[in-house]
Design a protein around this ligand. Structure first.
Ligand SMILES: Nc1ncnc2c1ncn2[C@@H]1O[C@H](COP(=O)(O)OP(=O)(O)OP(=O)(O)O)[C@@H](O)[C@H]1O
Length: 566
């Protein structure tokens, strides 16, 4: 390939010398006698410019500056006499490749021309390579974050902003990579890589960032190597595998659905129903004992459907007195009552476009029942102290641990509202009815506790697990969660033992000692106890046990429990 060179000099003899030496080496040479001619020639495109520092009223540095301003990316070599050596070094600062002193020598001209052209080609190639890399960095869907040896952010791509919430200004400020609101798994991987200077291959974990849905993340880290200094930091590549995880679990009998954990048949049925109901706007009534996960189920309905990116607003209807509940739900205008100092938006308005979860619906007053009925029928309400109707698009999910049908029979709950609410009814199973889920729930909660207390992974001994398996769990999953938290606080090592469990949990009989007998005996004892507490009334006992009437009759039969029970 032939390279072309522009020689700019106001001395004809020098122009001639350059031309001879360079043409002899196979370069194409163009000549300019002054600043203006040089500027006029530049658009033809050259691989190198030799410019004299002194060019009539102008200088070679002026030419370089103007060439850069006009966007000509061509290397410059300045030619200078001794008195102008300072100007030459200024030219270097402006980006000139080199300068050669007068009188010029053939071998210097030829050597500098060859090196300047080669250097320019290599750096262009590097720029191209870098911009390709940057384009890839920007466009990949995986989050990429680099940190220096002190864990300060060096760079991140757009996907990292979305996935990890790392903003550009944090990178510019070289902040520490410390996502306070997630559970630090990424942080740990990076720290390990910085310490061991070894890559860590794909780890999967749940990422919990405040105000964000939980995500399943697959992450890997590698040391960053700098050619000059060697080890220079670490890079994290993280991928959102929530959907993949979801599909995998679905294909293999699911162990969880969004925040709900459990692989039992009852939970599989629940997951399928939740998925089917997520896509429609039907009002859903969720019942089940306290702590069975009614709020999590409502949340799953919301997050699994098209309203997921809109608000999910939960209201505990039993927590507020009637007047406050009314203004909380529907809002009020300034002066509507003493203390109403300004207008207030109600929860229904806050939930517009999303879902409102009305917990403990069985506890609301008759007046509130009537108002709610109207919202359900017409999707319209008025703020307290204002007659203007407000229309909202809100999906209503209600929950109760009370027997609403019984309340209707007793005249304490409006029948029309009951039927409006229970367009679809989801009954959450009590934990004692799905004890096979206990090991999975234990694993889930221990994982969360490990992350929360930032300690090494906790496990549980078989004996302690047996104890948990034989407990009747009147407080359901919430009780199990609290028991494990208690145990995690007391346990100093990595393994939770029976001794770490609260004293009021039933002592276990080792699983190896005829587990069937253990389970059956436990259940029979439980039923007898409930019957005694219910004064022999089977319906009441069934209620105490969280069983249906049909179930208790079947179980009485199975265990051969007869006697003076109604
Ligand atoms: N299937 C589950 N998987 C994981 N955690 C669960 C599950 N069910 C319940 N929990 C946990 O148990 C606790 C109680 O759950 P939640 O508040 O949803 O129950 P609830 O039925 O609405 O209770 P309440 O009737 O007392 O309001 C929460 O901390 C929740 O995270």
């Amino acid at each position: 390939m032939t390279y072309s060179i522009l020689v700019v000099d106001d001395e004809e003899s020098l122009r001639y010398t350059f031309r001879c030496f360079l043409e002899h080496q196979g370069y194409e040479v163009a000549i300019a006698a002054n600043y203006e001619e040089a500027l006029a020639a530049l658009p033809a495109g050259f691989d190198l410019v030799f410019a004299d520092i002194v060019l009539g009223g102008w200088t070679g540095v002026d030419l370089l500056r103007e060439a850069r301003l006009r966007g000509f990316d061509v290397p410059f070599v300045m030619v200078t006499g001794y008195p102008h050596i300072d100007t030459a070094s200024e030219a270097l600062r402006l980006g000139a490749y080199d300068y050669i002193p007068k009188p010029v020598k053939q071998e210097t001209i030829v050597r500098v021309a060859r090196m300047a052209i080669r250097h320019h080609l290599v750096s262009k190639e590097k720029d191209q390579y870098r911009s390709n890399l940057e384009a890839i960095f920007r466009s990949v869907k995986d989050a990429i974050v680099t940190v220096d040896r002190g864990m300060r952010l060096i760079a991140c791509n757009a996907a990292a902003t979305t996935l990890c919430g790392i903003t550009k200004d944090r990178v510019e400020a070289q902040e520490l990579f410390c996502p306070e609101d997630c559970q630090h798994q990424c942080l740990k991987l990076l720290e390990e890589t910085l310490v061991k200077r070894q890559p860590i291959e794909g780890q999967r974990f749940v990422c919990r960032r405040q105000g964000q849905p939980d995500r399943i993340i697959a992450a890997a880290t590698s040391p960053l190597l700098d050619q000059l200094e060697g080890f220079d930091g670490a890079v994290l590549v993280a991928r959102d595998e929530t959907r993949l995880d979801h599909l995998e679990r679905r294909a293999s009998g699911r162990r969880s659905h969004l925040s709900l954990v459990g692989g039992s048949a009852a939970m599989q049925r629940l997951y399928s129903l939740l998925e089917a109901l997520s896509e429609v706007d039907t009002t859903v009534l969720i019942t089940g004992e306290s702590g069975t996960g009614k709020e999590l189920a409502a949340d799953a309905l919301h997050r699994g459907g098209h309203r997921a990116d809109k608000p999910f607003v939960a209201v505990n209807c039993a927590a507020l007195p009637e007047t406050l509940l009314e203004s909380e739900l529907f809002g009020h205008v300034k002066g509507a009552f003493t203390g109403a100092l300004r207008d207030k938006e109600g929860r229904f308005q806050k939930a517009d476009g999303g879902t409102i979860f009305l917990d403990e619906i069985g506890d609301i007053s008759p007046a509130m029942q009537l108002r709610l009925l109207r919202v359900l029928q017409e999707k319209v309400f008025e703020r307290v102290g204002d007659a203007t109707p407000i229309r909202v698009d809100v999906r209503i999910v209600a929950a109760t641990n009370r027997d609403l049908a019984q309340l209707v029979r007793e005249g304490r709950f409006r029948e029309d509202l009951y039927y409006r609410l229970k367009v679809v009814h989801l009954e959450l199973p009590a934990l004692r009815e799905r004890k096979e889920d206990i090991p999975l729930l234990v694993e889930h909660f221990l994982g969360r506790l490990t992350a929360r207390f930032e300690r090494n992974p906790l496990t549980i001994s078989q004996e302690a697990l047996d104890t948990l398996m034989s407990h009747p769990w009147p407080g359901n999953v919430r009780e199990l969660e609290h028991v494990l938290e208690h145990a995690a606080v007391i346990c100093r090592g990595h393994v939770i033992l029976s001794d770490h469990l609260p004293a009021d949990l039933a002592p276990a009989v080792p699983a190896s000692a005829a587990p069937r007998t253990v389970r059956v005996t436990d259940e029979a004892a439980l039923i007898r106890d409930a019957l005694v507490r219910a004064g022999g009334n089977k319906t009441k006992a069934a209620k105490l046990l969280g069983m249906s009437r049909r179930t208790i009759y079947r179980k009485l039969d199975e265990h051969g429990i007869f006697g003076d029970f109604k």
